[in-house]
Ligand binder design. Structure first.
Ligand code: SAH
Ligand code: SF4
Ligand code: F3S
Length: 457
């Protein structure tokens, strides 16, 4: 059969979709070029905000309506919304063929086989008691790959649906992760991003080190140990990990980032708010001062450290003063980039029991103010890169301008540049920055090949 996957949501979902694709291809299925060409279409969904669910529902509605013209085409839903709403989706979308939860990637080929045999309306949700099976095969090209290391989330921030849909934390055995990374590197991958919701909690939920040697750098905490082992793998050039939580910024983590080879000097460390009162209501487990202290320790140890974040505006009871505290914190933390979200009440979360009392127009205003602030700040920080030569991992033709290529610096800044004739995806090139925008940099290649070069930002 020919399959097509539509993915919404975060990197975790992107990786899950790739895992499903790899499982389907191992079972003999082939990728479709477009919807018309597909025998089965799976929508991999996100539940984090109401809008994300609406989008996925809209897409599923259209796909199922399209069955009038192609009655044999199968349509399924997987991922976070599928896990949250389960069998209810079959009632809501009558022609839907299956619903699969967030830990069911390896079940999809079997579900398809059953559908082909005539079964309909299959629902396969996660079993909290089962040990998750995580596909380790990849399909991606030569540059970078996501590797899931920690499933689920135990934190239960008051607004967040992720722990409900992704289940309790489960850390994959270290040996399994090493095998996956080794295979990726053997297939030419240069950069891996280790994924988890609070990725520094790796190893805290279940034993992971069976049969694996202890740290030679003296790390006792599991996540720094994992970083040490991955960074020692021959052929790896860049290691990233996401997302972080300030509680994970331990002295060992800082030492790992500062001393191990290939660890990129960048963290995505969602802060959500700069107001201690709101952080308390959100149950984030830190104050603004503690967050800034974690950032200061990282910046002291890692000179070129780059920092990005997530913010929620309009959490219940957020006042103008709370909002101004967020603006203040964002300036103090000097974020290189920020994703700003309007609070969306999620059914079943503690915050949803509170009145969603910040009007939509006010959320939109606060959202825009923070985006404008960030543009100004991003431009200022990026302009400081002009004249410097940065190491860029070439990814391919730029999406914005076909004559250029783009890639990322170790600090995760996007750089567009005119490609030398011999360029190939996966090359590490030295690029001298000539222009800066709020989100991107433009530069000229100052050297080719894979020589490690001094990174200045
Ligand atoms: N595990 C990650 C976040 C995953 S969700 C972390 O904690 O770092 C990605 C982002 O969506 C969050 O950081 C938060 O900013 C936003 N988000 C989560 N729930 C939300 C909600 N109910 N309304 C608006 N934004 C939300
Ligand atoms: Fe959600 Fe908080 Fe877990 Fe992140 S850490 S996934 S925001 S509950
Ligand atoms: Fe990611 Fe959305 Fe699920 S943010 S974890 S795909 S709810």
């Amino acid at each position: 059969m020919k399959y097509l996957l539509h993915t919404y949501g975060c990197q975790m979902n992107v990786r899950d979709a790739e895992g499903v694709a790899a499982c389907l291809e191992a079972a003999g299925h082939l990728p479709a070029v477009d919807e018309a060409d597909a025998d089965v279409i799976v929508v991999n969904t996100c539940s984090v905000r109401g809008k994300a669910e609406e989008k996925a529902l809209g897409k599923l509605g259209l796909l199922c309506a399209g069955k009038r013209l192609a009655p044999h085409r199968l349509v399924g839903v997987m991922g976070c919304m599928a896990q949250r709403r389960g069998a209810e989706l079959l009632k809501k979308i009558p022609k839907l063929d299956f619903v699969a939860g967030t830990r069911q990637q390896q079940s999809i080929p079997e579900i398809l086989a059953r559908l082909v045999a005539g079964e309909r309306g299959l629902v396969r949700l996660d079993d909290a008691a089962a040990v998750p099976r995580v596909p380790s095969a990849h399909l991606t090209g030569p540059v970078s790959a996501f590797v899931t290391v920690l499933l689920g989330c135990n934190r239960r921030c008051a607004y967040c649906v992720v722990p409900d849909v992704r289940g309790a934390e489960y850390s994959r055995p270290a040996a399994e992760i090493f095998d996956e990374v080794r295979q990726l590197v053997a297939s030419g991958v240069r950069e891996v991003t280790l994924l988890g919701q609070s990725v520094m909690n790796y190893g805290r939920s279940n034993p992971v080190w069976e049969g694996v040697r202890a740290s030679s750098a003296g790390f006792r905490e599991d996540f720094p140990r994992l970083l040490e082992a991955v960074s020692a793998m021959p052929g790896i050039r860049r290691i990233r990990f996401t997302s972080g939580h300030p509680s994970g910024i331990t002295d060992e983590l800082v030492r790992a980032m500062a001393t191990l080879p290939h660890i990129c000097p960048h963290l995505h460390l969602p802060v959500q708010s700069g107001s201690d009162r709101i952080l308390g209501l959100m149950r984030r487990g830190y104050t603004a001062a503690q967050y800034l202290d974690a950032v200061a320790r990282l910046r002291t140890a890692i000179p070129e450290f780059a920092l990005t974040t997530d913010i929620i505006v309009g959490f219940p009871t957020e006042t103008e003063a709370d909002f101004q505290a967020t603006r203040h914190l964002m300036e103090g933390a000097a974020f290189d980039n920020a994703f700003v979200f309007k609070y969306s009440p999620r059914p079943g979360t503690p915050a949803a029991a509170q009145c969603d009392d910040v009007p939509a127009a006010e959320k939109a205003r606060r959202n825009q103010v923070l985006l404008d602030d960030q543009d100004t700040r991003g431009l200022r920080l990026n302009e400081a890169c002009v004249g410097h030569t940065l190491e860029v991992l070439a990814e391919g033709v730029s999406l914005r301008n076909e004559e250029r290529w783009s890639g990322r610096t170790p600090g995760n800044k996007i750089v567009a540049f005119e490609p030398p004739p011999s360029i190939a995806a996966g090359d590490l090139v030295a690029v001298r920055i000539t222009r800066a925008g709020p989100q991107t940099l433009v530069g000229e290649v100052a050297g080719e090949g894979c020589r490690p070069i001094q990174q200045r930002l």
